[in-house]
Design a protein around this ligand. Structure first.
Ligand SMILES: C[S@@+](CC[C@H](N)C(=O)[O-])C[C@H]1O[C@@H](n2cnc3c(N)ncnc32)[C@H](O)[C@@H]1O
Length: 258
């Protein structure tokens, strides 16, 4: 039986939106539980691969609660996070407000001549509502364009990738992080069993919704994953295309340069 949060074609967006509206408040907690906290390191890896230079503008598509946007901002980028789900953006914006408050306190401390607090260069991302398949930006705008666990959720992942390329400047780094499909059959079976059983159970226990988390496997079945994404990057004439497999390909980062 198909998942209640999955629909083929154009109907998909509304279902995906409903799913994230449902889980937004628990999203960060469940990410930590289902990945044993590992997603934090993978997102830092994305930010490191972006090689942020002073003054770089970054766009994080499908930003959700903002993990990758904050990681890029931490490296010094001027970051915009875009997402179509109001509830996820609400969490991201609350985090940004909190980070701003912390930064303000640090600045006040720096102005206190008795305080040894170091100067912080961290910026805070801005978060905007919008569709990743029709990003509201001119072409050649960003030095870095990322998407984490987002491409797989789009009506058309190819369209999402084309949009990443369109808004990227020549020389920009394009980076995709998502669930992957391990090439080793035994490992793939174990990993898919985790997605089929433990992950929905975590969803049920901590969010009251097993289907929302069973959706991950369902969406992965309809997503071609790392090798085909790399082929599409080459078709889009991106340079230095590479795949970085994490956990034996259970997760993957696709990298390319415009
Ligand atoms: C699994 S979350 C990923 C959040 C974040 N990038 C992360 O790595 O934790 C997927 C996000 O994609 C967003 N999303 C899905 N389809 C979208 C679309 N067409 N345009 C913008 N955001 C979309 C959802 O609202 C959700 O916040």
């Amino acid at each position: 039986m198909s998942n209640v949060y999955y629909a083929p074609g154009e109907a998909r967006a509304a279902k995906v939106n409903a799913l994230f509206a449902r889980i937004a408040r628990r999203y960060d907690l469940i990410n930590d539980l289902q990945s044993f906290g590992l997603h934090r390191g993978w997102k830092r890896r994305v930010a490191n691969l972006a090689r942020v230079a002073p003054g770089d503008r970054a766009l994080d598509l499908c930003c959700g609660t903002g993990d990758i946007a904050f990681a890029l901002a931490h490296c010094g980028a001027d970051v915009t996070g875009l997402d179509f789900n109001p509830q996820m953006l609400e969490v991201a914006t609350a985090r940004a407000r909190k980070a701003e408050g912390g930064a303000r306190q640090a600045r006040d401390k720096e102005q206190d001549p008795n305080s040894p607090a170091p100067r912080s260069a961290t910026r805070t991302p801005r978060f905007l509502p919008g569709d990743a398949q029709q990003a509201p930006f001119a072409e050649n705008t960003f030095d870095i364009v990322t998407v984490g666990y987002g491409l797989r959720n789009l009506v058309s992942w190819e369209r999402g990738l084309e949009e990443m390329r369109r808004v990227a400047r020549p020389g920009a780094r394009l980076i995709v992080l998502d669930f992957g499909k391990p090439s080793n059959a035994a490992w793939r079976a174990i990993y898919f069993a985790h997605l089929k059983m433990s992950v929905p159970l975590i969803g049920l226990l901590f969010c009251g919704d097993a289907s929302a988390y069973a959706y991950i496997l369902e969406s992965l079945k309809h997503y071609p994953a790392q090798l085909i994404v790399a082929a599409k990057m080459r078709e889009l004439k991106l340079a230095n295309v590479r795949v970085i497999n994490l956990l034996g390909g259970a997760m993957a980062i696709n990298y390319g340069e415009k």
